[in-house]
Design a protein around this ligand. Structure first.
Ligand code: UDP
Ligand code: MG
Length: 317
């Protein structure tokens, strides 16, 4: 009988020093588990020798697979490529930087055997800079008020997905992929496992402040058009207030005549309304931008080389 196979997908961007460490950690952890494992590294356009390190592992273990992109397409897209190419009956998603502890693999599989379609790891924010932890909590509070799907603080991509969950994710073909929301959108039975946050040891986090901000906006915009509705309501409320204000002033002027030139009121109204208008235009622009990208129907990524049979011919340059 063919052994049962579990796939592990690892998006890797400039993780040269981590590849061997994560591989060793996984193989140690999995040596006494009753499944076969394939490890699929997605080299997301690394500029260091990440791919060389992966190929070294491939030469000693044929269960090491890789897909190397032509450039950096982002972690979300790397995950998509992983889901499209793995063959296991369940898929574990983890980072290359050892922040996702391998000792959760066994509890993941246990959850899977109990029949859960998503076994999700949730971390606390131990050791994180207080300011970042505070902003994150605020953000999750706000996002959950605005979007339709539930996004939990401390829950990331680190999880096991059953084949059914993976197939469901593959049905969501959008280019702008906010995985946290997509995982939540597909639903299915879920089990949560808690673990302590681990600080990255090698290499740098790829999240700059602006990248985090963009990701945050993606999270809010990707799931519904409620922000557009908020623009509409704030516009309507402002209009109502300005009408009342104009009416009161009009009555005042009729009674007393013009007493003051009213520079201050005028300039504050112009600035305030200008700000609101720009903000609303920005929100509308965000949605139009997304429509623009989606209508291009570009492929999500391009593969430079791989040791998987993808049915396409890839140039090895
Ligand atoms: N990553 C990727 N492409 C990117 C950025 C990150 O494949 O453009 C990978 C990275 O190599 C790591 C994982 O995604 O394995 C998480 O990245 P990072 O550690 O920078 O994020 P953080 O842990 O700070 O959220
Ligand atoms: Mg990390």
């Amino acid at each position: 009988m063919k052994p049962r196979l579990i796939s592990i997908v690892i998006p890797s961007y400039n993780e040269s020093n981590n590849i061997e460490l994560i591989y060793n950690a996984i193989t140690n952890e999995c040596s006494d588990i009753d499944y076969d494992f394939e490890i699929l590294f997605i080299n997301d356009g690394s500029t260091d020798d990440t791919i060389k390190r992966i190929k070294q592992l491939e030469s000693i273990n044929s269960n090491v697979k890789y897909i190397s992109f032509t450039r950096n397409f982002g972690k979300e897209v790397a995950l998509l490529a992983g889901f499209q190419h793995v063959t296991g009956e369940a898929v574990i998603v983890m980072d290359a930087d050892l922040q996702h502890p391998c000792n959760l693999i066994k509890p993941f599989i246990q959850g899977y055997e109990e029949g859960y379609h998503q076994v999700i790891a949730q971390r606390n924010r131990k050791g994180e800079k207080p300011l970042r932890a505070c902003f994150s909590s605020l953000y999750y509070c706000l996002v959950n008020k605005i979007v339709d799907v539930e996004i939990k603080n401390g829950v990331g991509d680190f999880r096991l997905l059953s084949r059914k969950a993976v197939e469901a994710l593959l049905l969501l073909n959008e280019g702008n992929r906010f995985s946290k929301g997509l995982f939540s959108w597909i639903g299915l039975s879920q089990k949560t496992i808690y673990y302590d946050n681990i600080i990255r040891k090698n290499g740098k986090s790829k999240w700059s402040l602006s990248a985090l901000l963009n990701y945050g906006i993606d999270g809010i915009i990707s799931f519904n058009n409620r922000p557009l509705r908020i623009c509409f309501y704030s516009g309507a409320i402002l209009l109502l207030f300005s009408l009342i204000y104009i009416f009161i002033n009009f009555v005042f002027i009729i009674r007393n005549g013009i007493t003051e030139p009213g520079y201050f009121t005028l300039i504050s109204a112009v600035l305030f309304l200008g700000g609101i208008q720009l903000l609303c235009l920005g929100v509308i622009g965000e949605y139009i931008g997304r429509i623009y990208y989606e209508t291009k129907h570009r492929p999500h990524y391009l593969i430079q080389e791989t040791n998987i049979n993808t049915g396409e011919n890839h140039e090895d340059t």
